[in-house]
Design a protein around this ligand. Structure first.
Ligand code: SF4
Length: 652
C-alpha cells in the first residue's frame, strides 16, 4: 500500500539513507485523483513510466475503464516504489486534448474521416510511388515514444518490406551521441552500467546531467547515498548552480562548449598522476599511447583558461576519479547537445577504461537517454543501425536479417550508409522522398531551420503522414493524420538506460478511434501487400506478444539478447536487464565483466613534479620520478586494495 504524496511541493520526498553495498530501502509513492480511495480502485495494471530514461516500475489504478491514479512498484529494481512528479501526475495530461479520429486533407483543410478512408489514402499514395519510383521514394521518421513491438514492426516494414535506407528518428538530435560514443569506445551500442552501481560506488561524476530535475527518482537514490554512511564523493560538471551542484564536493561550472577541453585535462591528470590501471588498459584497450600524446599538453592550467574554471578544481576532480575504487559516471544533454559531443562523451568512457572502472559493482557508465524507448529506436533498427545492433556494412549481419525476415539480401538496404535525419528532410524537400511517415514526434517544432522544415512538410512534393496522439504543429501540415494510442492504452515493452526491460500492460482503451501504432503499421503493411519471399505476410505477426517474440528471435546471440525474457516474467518481477538468455535467465547486471574486473589500485597522489616521458611523479623527494607503470605504494593498510599484493608494492 502506498501513501498519497505531493511530489510537486516535495519533489524527491523524505530521505531513506542507506550505506554503501546495501540495498536502497523501498518507499512507495502513490497518487489517486480527488475523490477516489484505494478501496474504489478496481484493477492495478502493471507497467513502467516512460517519461525519462529512468523507467520507474509503476502500477496504474483503473476504475470504470478510466485511469484514476498510479503507484510505484516496491519490488521494481529501478525505483523501489518511488515516483517523481512526472510519473505521478503526467498521465493526467494524456486524458485531454487527444486526436480521436483520422484526418485527411481536403481542399487544403484537414477534415475528420474514418480509418478505411485515411489508411486507404496512405496506401494509395505509397503503392503508386513504390511502383513508379521504387523504395528510395519512402522515408520514415520516428521518435523515442514507441514501444519495442512497434519499432521492430516498423523496421521490418521499412527495411524488409519496402527496402528503404531512409529511416531515422528524433533521437538524432537528442541522445544519438550516446549510441555514437558507445560505438566508438566499445564497438557497439549498449549501456555498460547499472543503476545499482549507485548503491556500491564511492564517487559519482555527473557530466552535463542535471539529474535532480531530469530524473528525480535517480537523484533521490543518490541523495539517500549522500545522506547515509560512507557517502560517495560527488562531482558536478554544469555551467549552472543546480541542486546537484549544491551537493557536490567539486562543481566545475565550465563555459558552454568547453566540455572536451575539460575532459582532456581530466584524462591528462589521470595519466600524469599514474592512476592508470595498466593491467586493464593493456588487456582490454587499444590506442593508449596515442591518447597519451593527444592529452600531453592538456594541463589543468590550459583547460582552466578555456573552461573558465580554477585549475585546482580540475585537479581536485581528477584526484577524486583517480583515487576512488568505484566510480559511476553519467552523461547527458549538457554534453550531447554541445560542441564536440561524441568526442566529449567518448572521453568519459576513456576515463573509465583508463581506470578499469567497468564491469564490477559501483564502477559504471550511464550515457543517458531522453526516454526509455529512445534506446529501443536504436536497438530495433528504426535508426541507422539494422535491428539487434547489426551493422549495415557487415554482410553477415544483413544475411542474418534476410533469413529472419525471409527476404532477399538485396531487399535490405546496405549498399550505402543509412540516411540521417537531416538528409531525410533534405530529400523530402526535393521530392526525392515523396512519401514521409512521421510517428510520435513534432519536427515542425524540434528541428533546426523551422521555416524551411515547415515549407518541406507543407509542400506538394512530398506526401506526409503523421501518426500522433495530439494535434501538433506537424499534424497541421500533414496530408493524413492517424490518431495513436498512448502509454497504458496498449501493451508493449521498452528498455531504459541500464538495459532494464519493462512490460506496460494495457489498462484502458484509447479514446475515440485512436489505435496503437502496432495496429496502424500492420494495417498499412497488409493493405500494401508486403510479403516475404514465399508470399507470406511481412511482418509475420499480429499481436504485441507475437511481435515481441519476433523481436526476441532477432536478438538471439546479439549483444542485446532478449531471448530469455517473456511477458509473463516481466509481469511477475517488473524490470529485467538484457542480455537475458538461457545462460542468464534473470538478466545481466553489467556488461564488460572481465576476470580482471577488480578494484583498481589507489595510489597516494603524487607531487606536481614534471617528469620525462614514460615516467610519473611521486611524493618522495628522493625519487621524484619513477616508471609510469610502476606499482603504487606507501599506502596505509586501510588504503591498500586487496588485489594489490604486498610483494608488488614498492616504496616511492
Ligand atoms: S524518474 Fe523518470 S521514469 Fe521515474 S517517475 Fe520520474 S519521469 Fe517517470
Amino acid at each position: 500500500m502506498g501513501s498519497q504524496v505531493d511530489r510537486v511541493a516535495d519533489i524527491w520526498g523524505e530521505r531513506t539513507p542507506y550505506e554503501r553495498d546495501s540495498s536502497w530501502p523501498a518507499r512507495v509513492d502513490e497518487f489517486l485523483v480527488d475523490g477516489v480511495s484505494e478501496a474504489e480502485v478496481q484493477r492495478w495494471v502493471r507497467g513502467a513510466c516512460l517519461l525519462c530514461s529512468n523507467g520507474c516500475g509503476i502500477e496504474v489504478a483503473v476504475r470504470d475503464g478510466t485511469i484514476v491514479g498510479v503507484r510505484g512498484r516496491a519490488e521494481d529494481r529501478i525505483n523501489h516504489g518511488r515516483l517523481g512528479p512526472k510519473g505521478l501526475y503526467g498521465w493526467q495530461g494524456q486524458q485531454r486534448d487527444r486526436l480521436t479520429a483520422p484526418l485527411i486533407r481536403e481542399q487544403g483543410r484537414l477534415v475528420e474521416t474514418d480509418w478505411d478512408t485515411a489508411i486507404g489514402r496512405v496506401v494509395e499514395r505509397s503503392r503508386a510511388l513504390l511502383d513508379s519510383e521504387r523504395p528510395l521514394s519512402h522515408g520514415f521518421f520516428t521518435s523515442g515514444q514507441l514501444m519495442i513491438e512497434e519499432f521492430y514492426t516498423l523496421a521490418a516494414i521499412g527495411k524488409g518490406g519496402i527496402g528503404t535506407p531512409h529511416m531515422d528518428g528524433n533521437t538524432r538530435w537528442c541522445t544519438a551521441t550516446a549510441a555514437a560514443a558507445f560505438g566508438e569506445s566499445f564497438g557497439c551500442d549498449g549501456q555498460p552500467g547499472s543503476y545499482t552501481d549507485i548503491d556500491h560506488c564511492d564517487a559519482i561524476f555527473l557530466f552535463g546531467h542535471n539529474v535532480a530535475e531530469t530524473q528525480s527518482v535517480l537523484w533521490a537514490r543518490i541523495l539517500d547515498r549522500l545522506d547515509g554512511p560512507n557517502p560517495p564523493r560527488l562531482v558536478c560538471v554544469d555551467p549552472r548552480r543546480t541542486k546537484v551542484a549544491e551537493r557536490a564536493e567539486v562543481h566545475l561550472p565550465i563555459l558552454n562548449g568547453t566540455n572536451l577541453a575539460l575532459m582532456n585535462a581530466l584524462v591528462h591528470e589521470i595519466i600524469a598522476a599514474g592512476d592508470v590501471d595498466r593491467g586493464y588498459v593493456d588487456a582490454h584497450t587499444i590506442g593508449y599511447d596515442r591518447l597519451v600524446e593527444v592529452v600531453a599538453d592538456a594541463t589543468p592550467e590550459w583547460a582552466g583558461q578555456i573552461c573558465g574554471v580554477d585549475p585546482a578544481e580540475i585537479r581536485h576532480a581528477a584526484e577524486i576519479f583517480g583515487t576512488s575504487e568505484r566510480v559511476v559516471s553519467t552523461c547527458s544533454m549538457g554534453f550531447y547537445q554541445s560542441h564536440q559531443a561524441t568526442a566529449a562523451a567518448c572521453a568519459v568512457n576513456n576515463l573509465h577504461l583508463l581506470r578499469g572502472m567497468l564491469g564490477r559493482p559501483g564502477a559504471g557508465i550511464l550515457q543517458m537517454n531522453g526516454q526509455p524507448s529512445a534506446q529501443n529506436n536504436r536497438e530495433t533498427g528504426c535508426g541507422p543501425a539494422l535491428p539487434g545492433f547489426r551493422n549495415w556494412a557487415n554482410l553477415e549481419h544483413v544475411q542474418e536479417l534476410a533469413r529472419l525476415w525471409n527476404v532477399a539480401v538485396d531487399k535490405i538496404p546496405h549498399r550505402a550508409p543509412p540516411t540521417h535525419g537531416m538528409e531525410l528532410f533534405q530529400l523530402a524537400e526535393t521530392g526525392s522522398i515523396g512519401f514521409l511517415w512521421i510517428s510520435g514526434t513534432n519536427p515542425a517544432v524540434s528541428m533546426p531551420d523551422l521555416n524551411r522544415v515547415r515549407r518541406i512538410l507543407s509542400g506538394d512534393q512530398c506526401f506526409v503522414v503523421v501518426s500522433d496522439a495530439y494535434a501538433t504543429e506537424t499534424t497541421e501540415l500533414a496530408d493524413v493524420v492517424l490518431p495513436s494510442a498512448l502509454w497504458a492504452e496498449k501493451t508493449g515493452t521498452f528498455t531504459n538506460v541500464d538495459r532494464t526491460v519493462h512490460l506496460q500492460e494495457k489498462a484502458v482503451n484509447p479514446p475515440g478511434q485512436a489505435r496503437g501504432d502496432l495496429e496502424i503499421f500492420l494495417d498499412y503493411a497488409r493493405r500494401m501487400g508486403l510479403t516475404d519471399r514465399d508470399g507470406r505476410p511481412l511482418p509475420a505477426w499480429e499481436t504485441s506478444e507475437q511481435a515481441f517474440r519476433a523481436w526476441q528471435a532477432a536478438t538471439a546471440d546479439r549483444p542485446c539478447d532478449y531471448t530469455g525474457l517473456s511477458y509473463a516474467q516481466l509481469h511477475q518481477v517488473g524490470g529485467v536487464q538484457w542480455p537475458c538468455n538461457p545462460t542468464h535467465p534473470s538478466g545481466t547486471e553489467r556488461l564488460y565483466v572481465t576476470p580482471s574486473s577488480r578494484p583498481t589500485r589507489r595510489c597516494a597522489r603524487p607531487s606536481d613534479t614534471t617528469c620525462p616521458p614514460g615516467r610519473r611523479p611521486t611524493r618522495t623527494p628522493a625519487t621524484p620520478c619513477i616508471p609510469r607503470d610502476a606499482p603504487c605504494s606507501r599506502q596505509s593498510p586501510s588504503n591498500r586494495p586487496t588485489s594489490c599484493p604486498t610483494s608488488t608494492t614498492r616504496s616511492d
